[in-house]
Design a protein around this ligand. Sequence first.
Ligand code: LLP
Length: 421
Amino acid sequence: MDHFLYQNGALHAEDVAISDIAAAVGTPFYVYSAATLRRHYKLFQEALHGMDHLICFAMKANGNLAVLKLMADLGAGIDVVSIGEYHKARAAGVPGERIVFSGVGKTRDEMRAALIGGIRQFNVESEPELLALGQVATGLGKTAPITIRVNPDVDAKTHAKIATGKSENKFGIPIAKAREVFAQAANLPGIEVVGIDVHIGSQLTDLSPYEMAFTKVADLTRALRSDGHDIRRLDLGGGLGIPYERSNLAPPLPMEYGAVIRQTLGDLGCEIEIEPGRLIAGNAGLLVSSVIYLKEGEGRNFLILDAAMNDLIRPAMYDAYHDIVAVAQPAAGCELRPVDVVGPVCESGDTFARARALPPLVSGDLVAFRSAGAYGAVMASEYNGRPLVPEVLVEGDQFAVIRARPSLEEMIMRDRIPEWL
Ligand code: LLP
């Protein structure tokens, strides 16, 4: 459930009319609902109720400072994957002891900065990384708390580009090798092993891969404990999917996901960490765009929008489906017609949807892409000389621009012409 509903024939974000934001900010823009973000966070809290846990929002899904502040105020931790994300989380008020650092390629500079700034744990993904971290920490006279990410070789049954838990993926160390690597870690100066990490992929719509992976993690926890390791934290990653297509079967609920965690890992007495991104932010955001033209082609009609693949890359990159709705509520029983929804970028891949049944729309009409709050603005670029679109946060009847659209001047002047040219 989200807070983007029609009221008096007009799409609203909570109590603010989308058309009012469009008039103030111009299109395209992203808009997020604070109430929806909070609600999604609370669903995970309820799902893990009674278990010692920390919900670390995966800020790669939505890294806006205001969104991070909202999460921090709820008590969330943050999962970061670069020192840029680390500093952004800190700037939003998240203390180091609530930040976990994931990613296959952390550099020594990144390790050093996080150790100095304060960090809850590094999720280590390889032996070379482990050795580097030990050296960096020792050099600083510090100890780095770590989990080791294991690759459980489980098929997450999701899009190949966002599956991470199979042995052919670059992530984690093979679970069969885990005891050996944990033994190595335990003997390294500057390293303190605190637990195990696993993340098998994103947009999972079935719980069975989780169940398989978590069962393997439970077995590994027991084995590692018998080897003498103090395994006290289990980071289970993120990945729970969201309903992009309203007509489709809904993915499992956080409560059902929580039940799988409880059933597979609940008796181990470990602190549970999860790193959800998409489920918290995805359906808490829209991308709002205006129709530029309706172009009647041969046998196909094209709805040309002012938003493009550079603003929302998911359809081009993952063949992702996003619901597209008219901001002015269509009259009941109005006839829907198939259109190809496209942007102005000079690539055929700049197609949001093919033969999508939409109500009649004309130049200037507003449309909204649903489920665009995660992996939307964060993946945007300025391809084709198109400035990054602004982001807006709504709470009740108020809204604020939480990232302004850069002026053309600002965009152009980021480049430099050398004196000698
Ligand atoms: N933890 C780790 C280690 C991850 O790699 C990811 C996502 C997450 C947590 C959060 O997963 P989530 O709960 O959001 O599914 N750009 C793609 C998604 C890439 C996901 C990458 N890792 C998309 O637009 O579908």
